[in-house]
Design a protein around this ligand. Structure first.
Ligand code: ZN
Length: 445
């Protein structure tokens, strides 16, 4: 009898939990996004395109652009979409908002997305009194935007990899291969004429190293003896749209279509791919930031790794898993966002290095057309699929760039679509958003 009632109570409990999970709650509310200020993270009314050249799906804002005035440009391959192309008009994203009461007085966190009552002076929001932005400055902090990054009390505000991922935009996804017959150059290529890297199906790459193992130099002027697969960013020549020229990666937004402004060169990039590697040799991930070259060197068979900066080993940046890595296809993320180097394999953080202050440059560095990323291999069999290059948001500083100190009940908030967002930088009575205006936070990451 006792056992039966225990079973009965377990059943009741399961039913109650299910009800809680499925019933609409007073703690959440559904909203629809209007406007471009959080694009491409969150979309307002938009046109959904499939690139005529590479089939990459992308969106352009449908609210602020005279259709037909400016062509839509594929962010993945640079193709101007033909006039006859018919994008699909779609309504803004539906989001679930955790209402503020549900947080029981917990303060907002940096990089969190919030919904709030728009400040009264935000003229364009008269019809729609709610705004959605990302928190970048917390009460009492001094906030400055420099070099596209957020500086808090004089120190760089760095994001975790998970935070970077919520804001990252695709620069190039190798799965969407442009039509080489039209002369669109490939972005990833072996650096040497006799390279061991081969481009395969659906944007995959393979390498098989047959050369005897060579000593790997690690001193300046002693190049790594690996075979590099390099990324080159191509831009259509303004004079002749059938020609391409190598270019730096800039902070343009395909979403904004016709918007015309000065672009900024990006330092904050991330590489993601599925990688399988087998053999006694070395796999190298190379990226450059602030004019410095960082190499993470990995011995997959031993699960060991270390990092060089400009060819010199960086003290304390090494790992030894004592078991093989990448023996089966693994998700690899190599990030140079916010002046830090991160290497993550299957969710495990193996390298985390904040670039020291003396190596941070807030100005664009010359020679910026050098490949931002390369993957090198020697004496390995390597397969790479779904290789994707992403970029961080570049926060454009207000015209009168200066540090702003927030009050004790104020937040500094910015839109991800930095060129078009009205936010703490512009148009409000002051830069701070009063905490009492905040209604809730976006559910999820
Ligand atoms: Zn394309």
């Amino acid at each position: 009898m006792l056992r039966r009632s225990a079973q009965f109570f377990v059943l009741i409990l399961i039913a109650a939990l299910s009800l809680l999970a499925w019933s609409p709650s007073a703690d959440t509310r559904q909203i629809r996004v209007i406007g471009p200020s959080m694009a491409p993270t969150l979309l307002g009314d938009h046109d959904a395109w499939l690139c005529a050249e590479c089939r990459f799906p992308f969106a352009t804002g449908a609210e602020s652009v005279e259709i037909g005035e400016h062509p839509a440009v594929c962010p993945n391959c640079g193709r101007f979409q033909p006039e006859e192309a018919q994008p699909q008009r779609k309504p803004g994203d539906q989001l679930l908002i955790d209402m503020l009461e549900a947080r029981a007085g917990k303060p907002m966190l940096r990089w969190e997305t919030i919904v709030f009552r728009c400040p009264e002076s935000a003229e364009q929001h008269k019809a729609e009194p709610h705004c959605i932005k990302r928190v970048v400055g917390l009460p009492g902090e001094t906030v400055e935007l420099r070099g596209g990054d957020v500086w808090i009390n004089g120190a760089l505000a760095r994001k975790t990899l998970a935070q970077q991922q919520t804001m990252a935009m695709v620069v190039h996804d190798s799965r969407f291969v442009p039509n080489a017959m039209r002369g669109t150059p490939l972005r990833w290529k072996g650096a040497e004429a006799n390279t061991g890297w081969l481009a395969g199906e659906a944007g995959s790459f393979t390498f098989s190293g047959t050369s005897p193992r060579r000593r790997l130099g690690s001193s300046p002027g002693h190049p790594l003896e690996v075979d590099w697969l390099e990324y080159t960013h191509w831009r259509r020549s303004p004079e002749d749209p059938t020609r391409f020229e190598p270019a730096a990666i800039m902070d343009d937004y395909a979403y904004n279509r016709g918007e015309s402004r000065r672009l900024h060169r990006l330092n904050d990039l991330m590489l993601r791919g599925s990688i399988k590697a087998f053999g006694p040799g070395m796999l190298a991930f190379r990226g450059s930031v602030d004019g410095h070259t960082y190499d993470v060197l990995l011995e997959p068979q031993h699960g060991r790794g270390r990092m060089l900066c400009d060819g010199v080993p960086v003290d304390g940046v090494n790992f030894d898993m004592k078991r093989p890595l990448l023996a089966s296809s693994s998700q690899v993320e190599f990030s140079l966002v916010d002046h830090q180097v991160l290497l993550v394999i299957d969710g495990r953080l193996l390298v985390s290095h904040a670039c020291p202050a003396e190596k941070i440059s807030e100005k664009s560095v010359a020679a910026d057309i050098a490949p931002p990323f390369a993957i090198g291999a020697s004496d390995l069999s390597v397969t790479i699929t779904s290789l994707t290059l992403l970029r961080d948001v570049y926060y454009i500083a207000p015209a009168e760039a200066k540090a702003v100190t927030l009050g004790q009940e104020e937040y500094y908030v910015l839109g991800d679509n930095s060129p078009l967002s009205a936010d703490s930088r512009t148009g409000w009575p002051g830069p701070g958003l009063a905490a009492r205006q905040i209604l809730g936070t976006l559910q999820g990451p």
